[in-house]
Design a protein around this ligand. Sequence first.
Ligand code: ATP
Ligand code: MG
Length: 508
Amino acid sequence: MDSNDTPPDDRPASDSEEDNLHDASARDRTADISHDVDINDVLDDEEENQGLFDDLLSGEPIFENKEVLRPSYTPRELPHRNEQINRMATILVSALRGDTPSNILIYGKTGTGKTASAKFVSNELESTSQRYDVPCEVEYINCEVTDTQYRVLAQLANKFIEKNRAVITKRVDDLTDRRSAITDGDATLDMSPFDSTAAIDDRIETLKTDREAMDSVPMTGWPTDRVYSSFFEAVDYHERVAVIMLDEIDKLVEKSGDDTLYNLSRMNSELENSRISIMGISNDLKFTDFLDPRVKSSLGEEEIVFPPYDANQLRDILQHRADVAFKHGALTEDVIPLCAAFAAQEHGDARRALDLLRTAGELAERGQADTVEEGHVRQAQDKIELDRVVEVVRTLPTQSKIVLFAIILLEKNGVHNINTGEVFNIYKHLCEEIDADVLTQRRVTDLISELDMLGIVNAVVVSKGRYGRTKEISLSVPVDETEAVLLSDSRLGDIENAQPFVQARFDN
Ligand SMILES: Nc1ncnc2c1ncn2[C@@H]1O[C@H](COP(=O)(O)OP(=O)(O)OP(=O)(O)O)[C@@H](O)[C@H]1O
Ligand SMILES: [Mg+2]
């Protein structure tokens, strides 16, 4: 959907462009932005290329380090989240004292820094525990990906098994070293817990047997209680406090209920050597309504709320990143405030703000502008909005796509204030044409309401006096782009060629 992506075929390999490749100043500029690969070498080897990248390379780069604006980047500083980070730390510090921290639930709308803050705290916690040599471990699980009890338990089991094996290997190596030092007469058994070298040998053997017995859990196939026991034994193998972070915990509950949380939350009463503490993260404030009351109260011992950012806070966040991401002077004055203002309207979402800034930079770069301007931000806002629409349309169920296609056909044929009956008629024809099941008009009306809720169409109920009430439907998204997305779905088959009959219907 990106009009700026020029396909290779449209781009002629003119002589002047070829010359450019060998132009010394072009080389200097390309050398500027090539960090790892020597672009000159690559270009010299490609005498025959069509110049696809030349224009892009010849513009002064806007970015210094674009990675910093990507969602995968974990910032080292999180402005305006001190309060939340400190609260997490105050609760989790017990783990460093060998006590069990309270379970924590973190709430906040999307893009409010929950994941970033949790990862920051978990890094700090683990590195501090290593420094003080206290056995405290953090396991992070994204429940959007790992969304069943089996997978969560298997992933946890395997992580602890891996860590146990490493601990055992280290211990075996230490003991083996000590054993040979004693044999060589360089050390004695004094001050050691062993009263003979045979005892050391025994210990080494036991450890090796333990290690052999630690089987990884396969990602499918075992009964769940066996997976649970594996996890239980692995975590309890030695003394430790394990903090388990379940990000997007609502997705887990939605997909597989609260069994996992129930099992995890009552484990501490059975563990002998270790303790676990759960930190759940969610952007759905209502998900605890679906929890068993016992789970709910155990999980929510402490609750931390991440409020949305306001425009000023978003400005700070963007400024921090922009300093690293962009070349000096590449941003005009209005860019950051405008990105912040747009994102503040979208419930204070820092992810959206960063997306906007990155996209605006990319658009400026593609347009070969020297600086990022306010116009690029507005263009970026439109592009992101369109990308969202495309994604929503692309993932609609087939029946909704057919209904939407019917509405598009009507609009394209100049029908205004479309009513449900008209949509249904066209829909029915389309279904017959492509061999799809035909739903009832009642169901189609429901599908139209769903499209309305998704913001794809606008359906208003109007009163027709004594003829009752009807819906007037219009498209709220760009016709051509939406149509293109629908036509790219192979399940809709030949729907494009089903068009003429609409023409016939409205021409006469
Ligand atoms: N205070 C902040 N300082 C710097 N960057 C931030 C801050 N808050 C959020 N971000 C950045 O914004 C983006 C979104 O943040 P994050 O992923 O933590 O949101 P989230 O609250 O987990 O959202 P979701 O509920 O959608 O998972 C990330 O790129 C993150 O680095
Ligand atoms: Mg998150």
